[in-house]
Each structure stands twice: as structure tokens, then as C-alpha cells.
Design a protein. Sequence first.
Length: 461
Amino acid sequence: MKNFPMFLRMNGRRVVICGGTEEAARKARLMLKTEAELVIVAAAPEPELAALIGNGRATGVASATPETFENCALVFIATGDEDEDLRLRAMARAAGAVVNVVDRPEYCDAFTPSIVDRDPVVVAIGTEGAAPVLGRSIKTQVEVMLSPRLGGFVALAGRLRDAVAEAIPQARRRAFWEAAFTGAAFRAHLAGREREAAALLKEAIATGEAPEPAGHIALVGAGPGARDLLTLRAVERLQQADVIFYDRLVDPEVLELARRDADRVFVGKEVGACAWPQDKIDRLIVAEASKGRRVVRLKSGDPSIFGRATEEIEAARAAGIEIEIVPGITAASAAAASLLRPLTERGETDTFAVSTGTCRPGDANPDRARLAHPGTSMAFYMAVEKAGQVQGDLLAGGAPAACPVDIVASASTVNERHASTTLGDLAACIEREGLKSPAILFVRYPKSLAAQIEAAGRSAA
Ligand code: SAH
């Protein structure tokens, strides 16, 4: 480690910023997050700096003397003139100051990290100047991980520290805080119910223990496979889960986001296979939540599309357990994105229909003839093995054989494959290309195709 990270105490201290440039303004903006007194050294400060001086938030001086740098916490130099930068640097260092010459690491005593600010929680990321772009990308990842409301809860906990120290014996204090930072109060605060969070924490202090956790089930949409197509809420639920039930289409990368000590249960439902019958899954998730555990039922795509969520919601309701759906990106959305082809197109397709190739044994097939109308864009799930039937039903319903078709298998994963053809060739194309489930079959019946066919019919007559 060539540079050692430390947090500097800034309240009541001076920070000197030399230069009237945009770079100097950027450092001033950073320093304004602190309680430091700002001194801006510039004969002609740019407008933002001039405003800070004008409204009294910073003191402005036209030029620096050695006294300017005495007893200050930090000096930033960005005059836009290299010789001037070096002259000021020498003067500041002679006065004993810690200096940062903006964008000139070779002249710096200290570097500003990439910062994730959830005051009082602050994460600083440094790459010793080797890869600032990487530093920023790590910052983005940490930004995503930490709720914007985290700081508020930590500040609340900070205010209650003394009360906790008084009410909770030392031996149980650590467990108390662990429960506080994962428990009901924490979750209420992150969900925006700040008053409830404070009340829960105070109640816990009054009774001397963290409240019993209430069980909870989240039906979480895992998206089509790619981990970065998960929602932030899905990641949050994964990190809070005590136990996760997942099935075949959920990517292992997604499970990686869960807490390491969470239980993971594979309920590997194959399409049509019954190794884990639905009622067994319903019973299990309810039984786990009844123990006070936080259960995530991870489902591919969006739980509310061919996800059998209704059964699980009813089982939870019957047992009086809180349940929620965390929506996900459904396979059709991911497949459309891969093709760069929107699901609806103004003037061509004004109706988007989601349907399936496979139904529960004994159920009638969907009435596909109803979909075979001009202006309809269709996405068929679970339809690879039933492509012949889908094709036959649509043709019989009056859809032209020339309707464009796209097939996207394993959308958003490393195994993604596409094929484009027409309705007349749909089943043969799947056979020829060897396309396998999971895949989405898109069939479009654009209005312009209907018009063309009608015009051709008229000219033939
Ligand atoms: N709830 C899921 C659908 C579950 S049904 C969702 O919203 O996406 C299972 C079907 O989803 C598969 O047969 C296939 O048609 C589709 N599917 C799931 N993941 C897919 C993927 N990555 N690429 C293409 N199709 C997918």
C-alpha cells in the first residue's frame, strides 16, 4: 500500500483551494460536504466559486502568502497554469500543508478517493492513481448496494447509542446491534417508514431485547438470467433472506448475491415434470416463514408471468404470513432487448399478447385464433416443443404464413441464440437450427403486412 486511507477530522479546520477554475470548483463542491472552512485563492474565480465567496460559505483572497497555508487541513491546487501550481505547492509545503495538485499525482501528498456518501457512513475507494476509471465503477457498484436511506438509520442508531449502553447489558449489546441492523426497524427505515423504525428501536431498548422477527415471504423475480438484469429490490431481498427456494432457470450468478449463510433449496421444476409438486413448495415456504424466517422464493423472469405465484400467495394468506411480489424482467422483455426490436411498434403493432405453448395437463390450449389479427405482436412462452401446434393454430386462425417470427433461446445468458423466419416456417426452423428451451417465440402480424396482402388480393381479382 503506497497510500494509506484515513478519515480526516474537518470540523473547524481550514481547507485552501487555489485556482478559479472548474477543477477547483469541483474540489470545493467535495469539501462543501464537510464542515471545513473554505478559503479560495483566485484573482478571477469562475461563477460557482464566486457565488460561494459571495454568499459567505467561503472566504476569497486574490493571492496567497505563506500565512494562507498555515494550520490548514488540506490544500488543493488547480490554477490551470503549471508553473503557478508548482510555485503555490512549494509555498504550501513550506508551511507544512498536505497538498493535492489536481490531476498531477506526481506532485501530490494526498489523493481524493472515489466516495460513496451515506453520511455518517462513508466509503472511500482508491486505486493509487493506477485506475481511476475502475475506482469510479466500483463506486457505482457500492452505490447500488447501499440504500440511500442507510445514513439516516445509522445516524438514528448513533443518537440511541447511550440509551442502548444504559439499558442493554454489555454481554447482549453486540447481539442487540446485530439484530437492529438487520431487523424490523432497519427494514422499516429503508422502506421509508422512519417513524416506525425509531419507535421499534426505542421499544426494543425499553424491553431490553430486539423484537422477535416476523416471518415474511418474497416472490422475487430473478430476471431472465443475467445478473445485472435483477432489480435493486431483488438484490436487497436476497441479501436479507434466511432461506432461498429457487428453480431450474435461475442463474447461479444471481444466487451469489445472497448472504453466504442463507440456506439455498433447489426446487428444480422442469417444465411439465413434478419432482417438486407445487403444493409441496407452498407448504415448505409457509413452514419456513412460520418459524420467523425471511423466505425468498426466487422465480425466473417476472413472478407474475407463468410463475404460479397465485398458489403461493394463497398459501401464505391462509397461514396469515406477509407476502410480497418483487417484479422482475420477463423473458420476452429481455429477448426483445437482445433483438433490438421493441415489443410494440407504433403504426404496426398496437397490441402485445403474452401466451403459452404449454398448459396444465387436461386444460384446453389457449384460443390462438383470437390472436391472429393485424396489429398484434405475440410472445409465446414454453412453446419450443409445441411450435408446430402454435404455428398451425395461428395459420388456421387467419394469420398469413409471411408473418415475421423471431426465436430467442436463453436470452441474456452466455448460451443466447436467435433465429428469424416466418410463421409458415416456424416449426421447421426450430428443428433445423436445433433451438432448445428456454426460448421465446415472437410472432408479429404487422398492419402493413395485412394491407399488402389485401392490395395483392385486389390486384389479382
Ligand atoms: N416467469 C418467467 C417465465 C416462466 S415460464 C418470465 O417472466 O420470464 C418458463 C418459460 O420462460 C420458458 O419455457 C421460456 O419460454 C421462458 N424463458 C425463461 N427464461 C428465458 C430466457 N432466458 N430466454 C428465453 N426464454 C426464457
